[in-house]
Ligand binder design. Structure first.
Ligand SMILES: Cc1cc2nc3c(=O)[nH]c(=O)nc-3n(C[C@H](O)[C@H](O)[C@H](O)COP(=O)(O)OP(=O)(O)OC[C@H]3O[C@@H](n4cnc5c(N)ncnc54)[C@H](O)[C@@H]3O)c2cc1C
Length: 449
């Protein structure tokens, strides 16, 4: 069996490891744009912040490909797929034949419409190479401008602030991380960042950049006609699935549509990770959840099925745990203001303890939550969202300090709700673009806006 895997991110390597456990003989070939050993992408901002060293990033040893018995084309891009001859064309000039193909090429950052976006010291923080460029620029950076308050923008801002650098963040919405959290938690995060020197400006965009004598950015022109001096810029305006080389015969919506086995509409061609679109269990519709744990889960399911060992993917759930100086935040499911309209909510804010807890329900079923500080019960709440269990009457209790997970689980059983399978994904039903369109025109996005 010839397996070709496009991308050596966590989805690709998890699939490869799984395949190798089931099929010791098959020929595994990687095509990967990045030559760095497989690494923990969410940690790259720790390099910027100075809280991690480069050698802490790899998640597999240097001899990974050899010990897996795989062939790896590193620093090489997949440029096209021929579904008839079942070959991948690559930038190194060869064609790679496959019996089973995994598309795990992740996501690329959105570029923005702004003049001189290619100036030196304007960064997209997606790869280890990007962040090394940022670290190299650090000695000259006095004022960094961060565009976007999503996860990447927020992590970039945190990194610069941790280095004692002044940061201005421009965000369209009223507070950072507005795709992941609600207004109260957003304001708590913003206050914490401001306490450490962040300046936030809302409702304003960068329209272009000006270069200094050295060719590096020295100012940004803003949509209100003013300009802002800065010597580094990070564009954190979201990501999109990296599928430009994928032919139109493979069905896509925002991402590549996959069924419960991670297979696309073309037999033997699978997709996993940030590039793939399955169903979100809380939203109950097709959705790209571009987060690490989802890429791991999808890679594992794809690997099993590619190697002939059936396994069903139950659907994904957006979630994140974030530490911001002295603030711990955990969030999952449908929490953002845009999504929570019409949901029943229960919330409690303890000003003295500096804690906040909000739960969101749809017809008695927990579909999202945000916890600020006191996040210990987050794992259990996440499981409850995943299970789609009815929790009528839980709300007030779950907000109190005596909230007890054991009781909740007992109540579920007594009420006969048990632990149902996640309410998504009939066996091998592909979650079509139409379904996505019916649910949301922007079934796009992602924890990494
Ligand atoms: C700064 C930052 C912070 C993040 N923080 C968090 C976090 O706190 N929590 C969380 O859950 N997630 C976080 N994420 C998201 C997380 O990193 C991704 O969800 C995860 O890495 C996705 O894994 P993947 O394998 O699908 O894709 P990727 O990790 O993107 O790997 C795909 C690989 O494929 C390669 N590739 C692309 N196109 C081609 C091609 N044509 N040919 C060959 N190779 C190609 C890419 O170069 C890449 O190396 C963060 C991401 C970033 C950038």
């Amino acid at each position: 069996m010839r397996y070709v895997i496009i991308g050596n991110g966590v989805a690709g390597i998890t699939a490869a490891d799984t395949i190798r456990r089931i099929d010791p003989e098959g020929h595994i070939v990687f095509v990967a744009r990045e030559a760095f050993p497989p690494y923990c992408r969410p940690m790259i901002s720790n390099i910027l912040a100075g809280s991690a060293e480069l050698d802490e990033l790899p998640i597999r040893p240097d001899d990974y490909y050899r010990s897996l018995g795989a062939t790896a084309y590193l620093g090489v891009e997949a440029t096209g797929l021929d579904l008839e001859s079942r070959e991948v064309s690559i930038s190194a000039g060869a064609n790679l034949a496959f019996d089973r193909l995994l598309i795990a090429s992740g996501a690329d950052p959105h570029r923005i419409e702004a003049e001189n976006l290619d100036l030196e010291n304007i960064f997209f923080m997606r790869t280890v190479k990007d962040v090394l460029g940022m670290v190299e620029a650090l000695p000259k950076v006095k004022h960094a401008l961060v565009l976007g308050g999503g996860l990447v923008g927020f992590k970039a801002a945190y990194g610069f602030l941790s280095r004692g650098i002044r940061v201005t963040m421009l965000i369209r919405s009223g507070f950072p991380l507005s795709m992941q959290i609600d207004q109260t938690a957003g304001e708590m995060i913003q206050a914490e960042l401001e306490r450490h020197g962040l300046e936030v400006r809302t409702g304003i965009e960068a329209t272009g950049f000006e270069a200094g004598e050295d060719g590096a950015v020295r100012a940004a022109r803003l949509s209100d006609g003013t300009s802002l001096e800065c010597d580094a810029v990070v564009v954190g305006k979201g990501v999109f699935p990296a599928r430009g080389y994928v032919p139109s015969a493979i069905e896509t919506d925002a991402g590549i549509l996959v069924d419960d086995s991670m297979q696309t509409n073309v037999a033997g061609v699978y997709a996993a990770g940030d590039v793939a679109q399955h169903v979100d269990v809380a939203r109950r519709r097709p959705w790209v959840n571009a987060i690490w744990p989802v890429a791991v889960e999808m890679g594992r399911v794809a690997g099993h099925n590619m190697a002939g060992y059936p396994m069903r993917y139950p659907g994904s759930l957006s979630r994140n745990v974030i530490r911001i100086f002295d603030l711990d935040v955990m969030t999952a499911g449908m929490v953002s203001p845009r999504e929570s309209e019409g949901l029943e909510t229960a919330e409690g804010y303890d000003r003295r303890r500096h804690t906040y807890r909000k739960l969101l329900f749809r017809e008695g079923v927990l579909v999202g939550f945000v916890l600020v500080n006191q996040i210990e019960q987050g794992g259990v709440l996440m499981n409850l969202v995943h299970q789609g269990a009815s929790l009528n009457g839980l709300t007030a209790e779950a907000l109190g300090p005596r909230f007890n997970v054991g009781q909740v689980m007992g109540r579920g059983r007594q009420a006969g709700t048990g632990y149902p399978a996640p309410a998504v994904g009939a066996p091998s039903t592909r979650h079509t673009a139409n379904a996505a369109a019916a649910g949301s025109s922007a079934a796009v996005t992602t924890a990494t806006e």
